[in-house]
Design a protein around this ligand. Structure first.
Ligand code: ZN
Ligand code: ZN
Length: 324
């Protein structure tokens, strides 16, 4: 039997991170579900045993003469662990979505977020700590046999009981009903950074669901959804909006007040502007790094008075005479 570290292709005393990485790589290569080569399954078992013995600290007490016994212990331990892991498989990573206002996305904000996560059931756990194991009761689904038998005409079909994972017993608990997990409420102060966009994902380390080990949690992924604004649209650091400009100002050019996320600013409308003209206000976008672009919307009069009619009439005459 080889030394556990060398099975994983590592030097004795390699870091936990290296051990995990090496195990992951080799387990993937030799997994019997994907690798059908003869010997792959044995190799997979060997890698798993080596990994468990390093993680559990057994490899440090490694004694070549005694390894067969250690190996048997580890196999048994590994089998129990994987059985328990199957029972306890929930995704430790938790995803939630929060909606934030357009302006909060522009300037950043602090948000108090309430959410629910799954933790190990305190009821089961305190019983286990006191008595050394969980409190079990007979599985009602299979009546403690671990198997389900169906009669289908002359055929007798036998399957393993999924309720108790063939063990014949389930955890006896009025809180989690044997699922090991219990929903809990939490609050988190989320610092929304300046300039976040819809689809930005923030990660809060260790604020997700229980990983199956007491006090160890997965991460919480917070998906940001930014509300639309009635006036502004956004593309990364730049802001876009429309602005109504009187037709005379468009023709003659003008200087007008316009609203940006940083407040009112003065913008220059160039002479002979039209509906395709875009005026840029530099540095008035997100974080003062982006710009604000105004698309002009030419405002034509709905009614004109006598004086305006006369002026426009004269203008019309002048243009016609100029063209002839
Ligand atoms: Zn419980
Ligand atoms: Zn059962």
């Amino acid at each position: 039997m080889k030394e556990p570290y060398s099975i994983l292709g590592l030097e004795r005393g390699a870091s936990e991170e290296d051990v995990k990485a090496a195990y992951k790589k080799l387990a993937k290569r030799y997994h019997p579900d994907t690798n059908k080569d003869s010997g792959a399954e044995d190799k997979f078992k060997e890698i798993s045993v080596a990994y468990k013995s390093i993680i559990d600290g057994a490899a440090d007490k490694y004694d070549p003469m005694n390894f067969t016994q250690t190996q048997t212990d580890i196999f048994e331990h590994f089998r129990k662990q994987s059985e328990r892991a199957r029972q306890r498989s929930i995704n430790p990573h938790l995803e939630i979505e929060i909606k934030i206002e357009f302006m909060d996305a522009c300037f950043g904000a602090e948000k108090n977020v309430r959410y629910s996560y799954m933790d190990l059931c305190d009821n089961c756990d305190s019983y286990r700590q006191k008595h050394g194991d969980y409190k079990y009761k007979k599985c009602g689904e299979c009546n403690g046999t671990g198997r389900l038998v169906f009669q289908n005409g002359p055929m007798v079909v036998q399957t393993s009981c999924s309720q108790c994972m063939s063990s014949g017993k389930i955890i006896d608990c009025d809180i989690c009903y044997g699922s090991f997990y219990h929903k809990k409420d939490a609050e988190l102060n989320v610092k929304v950074p300046v300039g976040v966009e819809t689809c930005t994902v923030l990660r809060a380390n260790g604020r997700g669901n229980s990983s199956g080990l007491k006090g160890k949690f997965g991460d919480l992924y917070i998906h940001i959804l930014v509300s639309e604004h009635p006036l502004y649209q956004r593309d990364k650091l730049n802001i876009f909006s429309e602005i109504e400009v009187d037709y005379v100002d468009c023709i003659l050019g003008s200087s007008i007040m316009a609203s940006t996320i940083h407040g009112l600013v003065n913008i220059d409308i160039p002479e002979c502007s039209n509906g395709n003209t875009v005026v840029c206000s530099r540095g008035n976008g997100i974080n003062k790094q982006g710009d604000h672009y105004f698309r002009l919307h030419v405002e034509l009069p709905k009614i004109i008075d006598q004086k305006e009619r006369k002026i426009l009439g004269n203008l019309n005459k002048y243009k016609k005479s100029k063209n002839n």
